[in-house]
Design a protein around this ligand. Structure first.
Ligand code: C2O
Length: 418
């Protein structure tokens, strides 16, 4: 009853904005399932996901300005990112707003799809976004088939096909999971700053690398959400946050008054405006009515991790002698660098220049995906395999690999060891 009254009211007079916790969502808690699981075990759900998008695309031709149309759904991301160039409350990239903003965005997109699925007669209670789980080391995962098949089983064109280039796909994204060994702001990201990417360990690493690997619209922040696979990629990012929160040593989300001085407004399936604060989306199962399967691989969390600062003397970085053995025998070693000077957005590598070796040791990639004013970024690289090079007794130089090799301008370089 309440639902249909709200729908009529929304059509005639847009409702005043409601805070998310005041608007009860009594749908069942339904899992967001992986593409691999759906394709193998549940073609009917694959068909429902495609139909929901097909319905949305068709309706959008007549209603291109409605916030529930496909062009407007995609534009939400573009506009928020653009607004973040001047408004720190919209720094949804390069700050600790990254996780909660994208979680809220996916939630409303998912509900709007569920409305289109029914030809806009009701809110389908069980439709949930698929998860593109590129973090599991199966080769087939570089090909999210729900989005890449030319046709569906009936032979009709797949509405989710989109121009993409699959550029790099190095398939070492399994290293993504080392991001889950960080805690606090190293995981969530740091408070927003207009000229810096204050990202945490997931964002400029595996998150941005998959965008760039995918190419096409996904490769640029301004166009990324024009590709429907964006939502399956971000469901996986959201899953990493969900998994991380259950691991030993994970810390609570940033406290109210800090994370919570911001509120964003989204349009729901019935046209109503809903105001969301980051704290409203932390308990996603009860508040947002979806869940994720448990990890298939054992996960390493933050518990037991230790940070050892590298010491910068004589323009070389030195690991303290007494911790070398500990670093060599650890399970995971990551290099954390905060506030690296970068010439602007782009894809960068970090390399170690090791005494006596002619070829720099490549340590990993990160991608700065934020606006034109950006001058610095954080990087969190899994260097487990390259750790020995970092321990050279004479110290090493660290270089930023962009168009050429330049000395890494960074005050903090830390080996994060677990
Ligand atoms: Cu808002 Cu994957 O970016």
């Amino acid at each position: 009853m309440a639902g249909s009254a709200a729908l009529c009211a929304a059509a005639a007079f847009p409702l005043a904005a409601t805070a998310l916790p005041e608007r009860a969502d009594d749908r069942p808690i339904v899992p967001r399932r992986t593409i691999v699981d759906l394709v193998r075990n549940d073609p009917a759900t694959v068909a429902r996901i495609r139909l929901a998008y097909a319905n949305m695309f068709a309706w959008s031709k007549e209603h291109p300005d409605d916030p529930r149309s496909w062009p407007q759904q995609a534009a939400i991301h573009t506009h928020a990112a653009a607004r973040g160039e001047n408004d720190p409350n919209y720094l949804i990239h390069g700050s600790y707003f990254f996780f909660p903003w994208h979680r809220a965005y996916l939630y409303f997109h998912e509900r709007i799809l569920a409305w289109h699925l029914t030809e806009r007669t009701a809110l389908d209670p069980t439709l949930r976004l698929p998860v593109w789980n590129w973090d599991t080391n199966y080769t087939e995962l570089s090909n999210p088939t729900i989005y890449t098949d030319k046709t569906d089983v009936s032979g009709a064109p797949n509405p989710l096909l989109h121009e993409r280039s699959f550029l790099y796909f190095e398939r070492d994204d399994i290293k993504a999971l080392s991001a889950l060994t960080f805690t606090g702001r190293d995981f969530f990201g740091y408070p927003p700053a207009l000229d810096a990417s204050h990202n945490g360990a997931v964002e400029n690493g595996v998150h941005a690398n998959v965008h760039v690997d995918m190419g096409g619209d996904m490769g640029s922040i301004h166009t990324a959400a024009n590709d429907p696979v964006f939502f399956a990629h971000h469901a996986n990012i959201d899953k990493l946050w969900a998994w991380w929160a259950t691991l030993p040593g994970a810390t609570p989300a940033p406290a109210p008054g800090d994370w919570d001085r911001v509120a964003w407004t989204f349009t729901d399936w019935d046209g109503s405006e809903i105001v969301v604060r980051p704290a409203d989306v932390v308990h996603y199962e009860t508040a947002l009515r979806y869940s994720y399967a448990k990890p298939e691989l054992p996960l390493t969390g933050p518990a037991g991790a230790t940070d050892y600062a590298l010491v910068h003397t004589h323009s070389r970085w030195h690991a303290p002698t007494e911790v070398r053995q500990r670093i060599l025998s650890a399970n995971h070693v990551s290099l954390k660098c905060l506030n690296i000077g970068v010439p602007g957005p782009g894809r960068y590598g970090i390399a170690a220049i090791v005494p006596g070796r002619t070829i720099p040791q490549h340590l990993g990639w990160f991608t700065v995906f934020i606006h034109h004013g950006v001058k610095s970024s954080n990087a969190f690289l899994d260097v487990s395999e390259a750790r020995a090079a970092l321990l050279h007794p004479d110290g090493i130089r660290l270089a930023l690999v962009g168009k050429d090799l330049t000395e890494l301008a960074v005050a903090t370089a830390v080996l994060h060891v677990r």
